[in-house]
Design a protein around this ligand. Structure first.
Ligand code: SOE
Length: 387
């Protein structure tokens, strides 16, 4: 094995947990061209980041991301902080010659994304935005089938990303609901994922017509620790204005003529992390449901007759038949959410060794941001907007 890549991870909560698991598991399950050293985990709260270091198995803990970035003992920076700090950290990391993996959305604005792309290009570092759902084996299989022409010319890309974690009006004004920190609400957080999948599976967007809405306009403020005042209404509760969308929807056209229909919401009671995609083409259709993520449904119109119907492909065949799964278990032993991050990290490590970025790069993050900005402009002006 050529060398060892030493990782500094900035951010340690939910995505820090998912990425820590991926850094730990990737070397054990995938043929990496370099070793991985979980060198330093970094966060603002000393006690919190030390607890995360111990729990997730990092060697060192730090509360100073600039120190981590300037360390000669670090080769990769993995950014899992709230969205408003992605640009500053990623640009500094690139300028320090580190390869950079950054959680989605890449940044708050198109301008920030452009600056990140430029910095990474100038520094010649490998760069990736962590749209982990591209590396669900069933999604990778769908891409392979589309590219092989299995569904012919694509007519429709229909996608829904639905959650329900903020339907309670007492849910506090956390950072994901504050425009200054998050940039947008469901739009940048989860619409970003299905926009990226649309670009990955169908092609570039040409024009969009969007609608964004905030159902609950005021929420209880959080305390300095970012904690809510509890989910029971209190008469003396301090309230704050919600400055982001609770739901974002848009229709659009792809450059290749296919039509798009996307919806992202955090107000779909019963949908916890529901990603559903259907792609209809001239020869057939594909359907994917993340709640059943090891399966891909395929309707093959080239096979007319009395047995037509959606075929149910269990995407778990090893030996190169289906992507990624062969590194895990025998056929039928299904995998889950966390494996998509392991696949992402494994491919990223090998890209760092080859020195050649792989998709989704920061450029993809920028293109996703351009689509999001066009949807936001359309929603504000009630007009179609070209991407
Ligand atoms: C919250 O909506 C969230 O954690 C997103 O930020 C992630 O990107 C998504 O994969 C799961 O839900």
């Amino acid at each position: 094995m050529a060398s060892t890549l030493r990782v500094g991870m900035i951010g340690y909560r939910f995505m820090g947990k998912a990425h820590s698991n991926a850094w730990r598991q990737a070397p054990h399950f995938f043929p990496l061209q370099a070793g991985v050293e979980m060198h330093t985990i970094c966060g603002r709260d000393p006690a919190g980041v030390e607890a995360a270091r111990a729990q997730f198995g990092w060697e060192h803990a730090s509360t100073n991301w600039r120190e981590v970035i300037s360390s000669p003992h670090i080769d990769i920076i993995d950014i899992n902080t709230p969205n408003d700090s992605h640009a500053e950290i990623a640009i500094a990391a690139a300028q320090a010659g580190k390869h950079v993996l950054c959680e989605k959305p890449l940044a708050l604005t198109v301008k920030q994304c452009e600056q990140m792309v430029a910095a990474a290009k100038k520094a010649g570092v490998v760069n990736m935005v962590c749209h982990n759902y591209r590396r669900i084996p069933a999604i990778a299989q769908a891409k392979k089938m589309i590219e092989e022409g299995s569904i012919g010319q694509v007519f429709h890309f229909h996608a829904r990303y639905a959650q329900d974690w903020i339907v309670d009006p007492q849910f506090p004004l956390v950072w994901r609901l504050q425009k200054g920190v998050s940039g947008s609400g469901a739009h940048g957080d989860i619409n970003a994922h299905i926009i990226d999948l649309g670009r990955h599976l169908v092609g570039e967007f040409a024009e969009v017509s969007g609608l964004m809405h905030t159902f609950i306009k005021q929420r209880p403020l959080v305390d300095a620790r970012g904690k809510g005042q509890g989910l029971t209404a209190k008469s003396n509760q301090k309230m704050g204005k919600v400055t982001v969308d609770d739901a974002a929807m848009f229709m659009g056209r792809f450059k290749n003529g296919a039509l798009a229909n996307l919806e992202a919401t955090r107000f779909a009671l019963g949908r916890k992390n529901h990603i559903e995609i259907e792609i209809n083409g001239s020869q057939g259709s594909l359907h994917f449901d993340f709640e059943d993520m090891n399966r891909l449904k395929f309707f093959d119109n080239t096979n007319p007759g009395d047995r037509q119907g959606f075929r149910d492909i269990l995407v778990t065949q090893p030996n190169g038949i289906h992507p990624y799964v062969g590194q895990w278990w025998p056929p039928g032993h299904i995998i889950g959410y966390e494996h998509t991050f392991v696949h992402t990290v494994a491919d990223f490590v090998n890209a760092c060794v080859s020195g050649k970025s792989i998709h989704p790069t920061f450029e993809d993050g920028l293109k996703n941001q351009r689509v999001m900005a066009a949807v936001q402009q359309s929603a504000q002006t009630r007009r179609w907007v070209k991407v």
